[in-house]
Design a protein around this ligand. Sequence first.
Ligand code: XMP
Length: 318
Amino acid sequence: NWKLTGYIERTIEEIRTKVGSDKVILGLSGGVDSSVAAVLIHKAIGDQLQCIFVDTGLLRLDEGRKVMENYGEHFHMKIDMVDAADRFLDKLKGVSDPEEKRKIIGKEFVAVFDEEAHKFEGARFLAQGTIYPDVIESQSVKGPSAVIKSHHNVGGLPEEMKMELLEPLRELFKDEVRKVGEELGIAHHLVYRHPFPGPGLGIRILGEVDREKVAILQKADDIFIEELYKNKLYETVSQAFVVLLPVKSVGVMGDERTYEYTCVVRSANTIDFMTATFSKLPWDFLEKVSNRIINEVQGINRVAYDISSKPPATIEWE
Ligand code: XMP
């Protein structure tokens, strides 16, 4: 790939020249783009880079700990981890409309990030993992999907911060970002992670969100993802996750009657995320996932598999 030959060396030089002895702040999400951007910038300027990781309380199981382990310990990056779960969950109390939840989460994210970034006053640059498709998307007139769901990413500068942007991945497509990531020494499984929406589990818990539901969903989702990896299926699907429904049904466990939540296992195959088909996962695999979720996750006694494609369904449920 002509574009990637010498890309890392060249970009590192560019970053050094641009940044000089100034400081850089980066919002690390644990996703592929911000992680690759962080490692690349860190390689260029070391401790002049300060990462901020906001735990919204709506992330996947153990996400904060894993990010600290993978990037803090392994790459020795400076990461400021903010536990903002209470703030997000408080703001979401009583709210069940999907778009309203998105707005609240997006707004709170900017507020938390902004407050945190102020602790590192004197930083001249804000780094972002913007990739080429993001650049194109923000230039084009928003299509219908953008209207249907106000996709939020960590985009945009907090107004008063007046920082300069540093976006070293701006020219790269996703597959190129992954190659760069692997070349930088980021573990394969991290570089090939499925996308995860900004509002996180906030839009995968249908209706009202609370701490208990988050804990239930995190466990169920983790089992599904773990089984996908174990059975070498993870990279055969584009995005896989579990959704928690606000529906209880009757079940039986031993001699006991149970009345607990239903969850939906969702897996989609897609090239561009605009259209998608449901993944035709093997029955015995789904049986294993279902059995494990019901046996291991207290609060769920029924598992359904989503067999809808997009359109007319969307990949997420909200
Ligand atoms: P849908 O559900 O619209 O999802 O078929 C298409 C892709 O977009 C992701 N998605 C989001 N990402 N903020 C994000 O950052 C959002 O509000 C959001 N909604 C959906 C979804 O996970 C899938 O990859």
